[in-house]
Design a protein around this ligand. Structure first.
Ligand code: SF4
Length: 618
């Protein structure tokens, strides 16, 4: 949805860690940064060294890339936050592991690599002084592809939330860069035409004295440069009790702040040691921040030992009353090395679930205390559907606008671009959906035109999340599976000619918890009509069901490659649900954008091209 309304933006933030790492390399090294969120990975890069970075949620892809490049003969290095947390997982798949903050150890690795004797692991055992952190190589990032650009002032957080891996990695004593370093980074971003800057600190106000110094400087900088930047950041809820800090935030042009609220239930907050959220009624805190014109984005978690099935309703009521549109609700996940993980391990409650680090999926890695596992997952799914109802999106906007005073956010872009965005929102999201249009209209405060950009923003957020939830959190699995089965049968009948000659194999191999999975294997001679038929059927299946598809291309005549590419172009809107395997021989002839599709990088030659449904639908 966002890509329909902001077609020139591919994702939210660029990989700041890689830009920092690039700045730590010897000056004569030639460096290219590839972010698979915005561009395909190169299959045969002209490189002496390939580094693959990732967070826990990206572990599978990171491992796949490391294996692929290693098998292709490259020297591969693994880095990123998950390597820092769990270096042992990477021992067999990378030539070298960089675990921990990179400022000192990456330089050491570069020296050793040039001298030809790099070690298998470089682990930062001490503490990095952020004044030694270089200015990131923003010039190596495709900045125009991102909604905002990250900048880091501090690392670490003084609090002790039980589930948090940040304090495990960066410690509880916030460390900061100097004001001069920040100024240099802002100058570069300004020269590169950046408008929206995200202070990606773990908790920007972890040390309130340093935060005040920084923000006072930002006010002065903004005044000097005609209020060039719109800022956003992450901070703890105690921000609401510091009126001076809030006033500074507003003056510096902070439009929004992301806060880990986690739960409106005091007992849950005590259980996880989130004491900073217990000092004041949370709803009052959120509204205090609104009263300074700053929007609140919130993180919420369900699954604490104190939580029961009634917690879902409590969360729903709180989120609605607080008017937080950007409500990131996740199931509690025990991240390795955290106190939560250690406790659950001692209690024998960890379970081997795949979704161990992705708290947006329908699953987690431990047994809840006061709910059944399935009960917890079902409650989570229902909560999201409830939140994403058009009526509730509108209600949150109405509730927020009662307390939001003269918002700092004025659209984030030029007036012309904002008008275009509104037209696209109308065309793609409102017209053709009378119920949504009705709720949109009722959420617009006629007597407060200055709120209109906030309303438009919140509807873009709401519709995008609605789209995500509808695609990934299907409720009617039985119905969805029956639908998939009937489409599959039609698919088989229409492509009978190719199935008979053995040019094609179709199967329904397996059914995940959420949806069915089609597999299509192309292994022989086909004609133009084949691709027209396949495109038509797959589009229908992907549009009408939550199914996933694997396209396995074993064979494809050169004359048909253009047709195959056309087929992919038409399916690209569903790219996140399509996995493509291409035989090694064809890899060079067929261009597949791995930032759109899940391109499987096999280290073994593929034996055949397939689209298969595996198994039988119950
Ligand atoms: S406030 Fe946030 S960053 Fe700090 S310990 Fe808690 S969860 Fe971690």
């Amino acid at each position: 949805m966002v890509t329909n309304i902001m077609p020139y933006k591919r994702t939210v933030n660029p990989p700041l860690g890689l830009a920092t790492l690039a700045a730590l390399c010897p000056p004569d090294w030639e460096i290219e940064i590839i972010d698979e969120n915005v561009e395909p990975v190169p299959l045969s890069p002209d490189a002496d060294l390939v580094g693959v970075c990732g967070m826990g949620i990206q572990f599978d892809r990171q491992a796949e890339l490391l294996n692929y490049y290693k098998a292709a003969g490259y020297f591969v290095v693994a880095g990123g936050s998950y390597v820092s947390l769990c270096p042992e997982l990477y021992e067999t798949i990378a030539d070298t592991i960089i675990a921990g903050e990179a400022e000192y150890i990456w330089k050491e690795f570069c020296r050793d690599f040039e001298a030809g004797h790099s070690k298998p692991c470089y682990k930062e055992e001490g503490i990095v002084d952020l004044r030694d952190s270089p200015t990131p190589r923003f010039d190596l990032l495709k900045l125009k592809e991102y909604m905002s650009v990250s900048l880091q002032f501090s690392r670490g957080c003084p609090y002790q939330c039980e589930f948090c891996d940040i304090i495990v990695m960066f410690g509880r004593k916030p460390r900061t860069k100097s004001i001069q370093q920040v100024e240099l980074e802002l100058d570069l971003l300004r020269e590169n035409g950046v408008q929206n800057v995200f202070f990606v600190d773990d908790n920007l106000i972890g040390n309130s004295r340093s935060a005040k110094q920084l923000i006072s400087f930002l006010i002065e900088y903004q005044t000097r440069h005609d209020y060039r930047f719109n800022f956003g950041t992450e901070a703890s809820l105690n921000l609401s009790r510091d009126a001076e800090l809030l006033t500074l935030f507003r003056k510096a042009n902070f439009e929004w702040v992301f806060i880990g609220i986690e739960s409106p239930d005091e007992n849950s907050l005590k259980e996880i040691k989130k004491y900073q959220n217990l000092k004041e009624d949370i709803l009052t805190s959120v509204r205090t921040i609104y009263s300074h014109g700053i929007q609140v984005y919130g993180g919420f978690i369900i699954g604490f030992d104190n939580d029961t099935i009634n917690t879902y309703n409590q969360q729903f009521q709180f989120i609605t009353q607080s008017g937080i549109q950007m409500a990131m609700v996740g199931l509690l996940t025990a991240l390795p090395k955290t106190p939560l993980y250690n406790r659950l391990q001692e209690e024998g409650r960890l379970i081997d679930k795949k979704e161990t680090s992705d708290n947006t999926k329908l699953g987690t890695n431990f047994i809840p205390k006061q709910m059944g596992y399935e009960e917890m997952v079902d409650g989570y799914r229902s909560l999201y559907f409830q939140l994403m109802d058009n009526n509730n999106i509108a209600q949150r906007i109405i509730n927020k606008l009662k307390y939001l005073k003269s918002p700092v956010y004025q659209g984030g872009y030029s007036a012309v671009e904002q008008f275009r965005m509104f037209l696209r929102l109308t065309g793609h999201g409102l017209l053709g959906n009378p119920r949504r249009l009705y709720h949109f209209i009722r959420s617009v405060p006629i007597n407060k035109p200055e709120m209109f950009p906030v309303v438009v923003h919140d509807w873009i957020v709401g519709i995008s999340m609605q789209d995500y939830v509808r695609r990934y959190f299907k409720l009617e699995f039985g119905l969805d599976h029956r639908l998939s089965e009937s489409y599959f049968k039609k698919f088989e009948i229409n492509l009978h000619k190719y199935l008979r000659t053995g040019a094609l194999e179709l199967s329904l191999k397996s059914i995940s918890q959420n949806a069915a999975h089609f597999s299509v294997k192309l292994k022989g001679l086909v004609d133009t009509k084949f691709f027209i038929q396949v495109t038509k059927h797959l589009k229908k299946i992907l549009r009408k069901t939550a199914s996933t598809v694997t396209l396995n291309i074993e064979e494809c005549q050169e004359a048909q490659i253009e047709n195959f590419q056309k087929c992919l172009k038409k399916l690209s809107v569903y790219g996140d649900r399509i996995t493509i395997r291409v035989d090694k021989r064809l890899m060079k002839m067929i261009a597949i954008d791995s930032s759109i599709f899940n391109l499987e990088l096999s280290v073994e030659p593929i034996r055949s091209i397939e689209t298969e449904w595996e198994g039988t639908i119950p």
